[in-house]
Design a protein around this ligand. Structure first.
Ligand code: DAH
Length: 357
């Protein structure tokens, strides 16, 4: 028994890993291990012999088992120590400036305009990109067969067989978030909603997926003058100049009355896009006083509350500010384009430090 003990305790001490340890366990105290075989011999012994050998064998088994457990723990600790040594990393080292993973101009423009509207007291709201026909159209005073539906080049989703409701759509604008926000928060309310929208359209200034930011302000004493001031403050802050020329054009949207479209003076000379000069105008937003039917659809009493809304094309804002002539390139994922037009990832735009540096 002393030989067995010496043999196995020695092997356990020398074991280099858990596999070796398991092999020793099977050979020593496994069902067919050496100690088990010895235990089987107890039957052939005289009662006196058994009285000595039985407890001794059990003690040996216990001793081997505890040696195995202790060694297993020690091996685990050593493995952890080794990992801690080899995977050591100095997290205080500066990040590598490889200009990979730059911020896309659309993200940059979104961050910038969010910072501006935050200063003006607007919080950020969100809505789903797959929208119900009701939120995207009816609630915004665009009933079925309204010509505005055809103009939007809507992407419709498949309808489940047997479902008679109108199919869901990829939202064609961020305006449905007006409805969802009013339903959720009631009045008064002051929100913007930046996000992706979809229309089947494709040329130099249109892509099937693009970005808008919706604005909505509802309270008891809001007029068109407030709308005009907010938009002018926004445009001046966004373009970081005092001299941007805006053109308010009387227009029509089903969800606003009266409505105005706003264009910004620009030049396309030599294929270069510049703002604030030239003889061209680029439409950047639609706006107006929210139609009473829309306020009611949002669950708010239009006899008590009124307000303004606007929808701005974020991609166009980015094109104008950063002189990017073709919208389609925004979504080509061409690394050379992203390196050229992208922004440093660690610069957070804010009005105090400068929006874009
Ligand atoms: N939803 C309009 C569009 O996508 C933009 C728009 C116009 C939004 C007027 C508004 C608004 O909130 O008041 O063309």
């Amino acid at each position: 028994m002393d030989d067995l003990k010496a043999k196995y305790l020695g092997q356990i001490a020398d074991a280099g890993d858990e596999d070796a340890l398991e092999a020793i366990r099977l050979a020593a105290v496994g069902k067919k291990g050496e100690v088990a075989l010895k235990m089987r011999e107890l039957g052939k012994m005289t009662p006196e012999e058994r009285q000595v050998a039985g407890p001794a064998l059990n003690a040996l088994k216990d001793e081997i088992n505890s040696a195995l457990t202790a060694k297993k723990t020690a091996l685990g600790d050593a493995a952890l120590d080794e990992r801690l040594r080899s995977e050591w990393l100095d997290v205080t080292l500066p990040a590598r400036d490889r200009r990979q993973g730059s911020i896309h101009p659309v993200s940059q423009a979104s961050e910038e305009l969010t910072a501006i509207f935050a200063e003006l007291g607007f919080s950020v709201a969100e809505g789903p990109r797959i929208e119900t026909d009701w939120h995207n159209f009816d609630a915004l005073n665009i009933p079925s067969h309204h010509p505005a539906r055809a103009e939007m080049d809507t992407f419709y989703l498949h309808r489940v067989a047997g479902d008679n409701r109108p199919p869901n759509v990829l939202r064609t604008h961020t305006s449905p978030v007006q409805i969802r926000s009013m339903e959720l928060q009631g009045a008064p309310i002051r929100i913007i909603c930046p996000g992706g929208v979809y229309r089947a359209d494709y040329d130099q200034t249109h892509t099937p997926m693009f970005h808008q930011v919706e604005g909505l302000a509802i309270d008891k004493d809001i007029s068109m003058a407030n709308l005009k001031w907010v938009l002018e403050e926004f445009v001046k802050a966004y373009f970081e100049v005092d001299g941007v020329e805006l053109r308010f054009r009387a227009s029509h949207f089903p969800f606003t009355e009266p409505s105005a479209e706003v264009d910004i003076r620009c030049s396309w000379e030599g294929g270069q896009l510049k703002i604030g000069e030239g003889d061209d105008w680029m439409e950047i937003l639609g706006s107006g006083m929210v139609h009473p039917k829309v306020i009611a659809a949002g669950g708010i009493d239009p006899e008590v509350y009124q307000g303004f809304a606007f929808g701005i094309g974020i991609d166009r804002l980015a094109m104008l500010k950063y002189g990017i002539p073709d919208l389609r390139a925004f979504f080509d994922s061409d690394l050379r384009w992203l390196r050229h037009y992208g922004f440093a990832a660690l610069d957070m735009p804010n009005l105090h430090g400068g929006l874009s540096r």
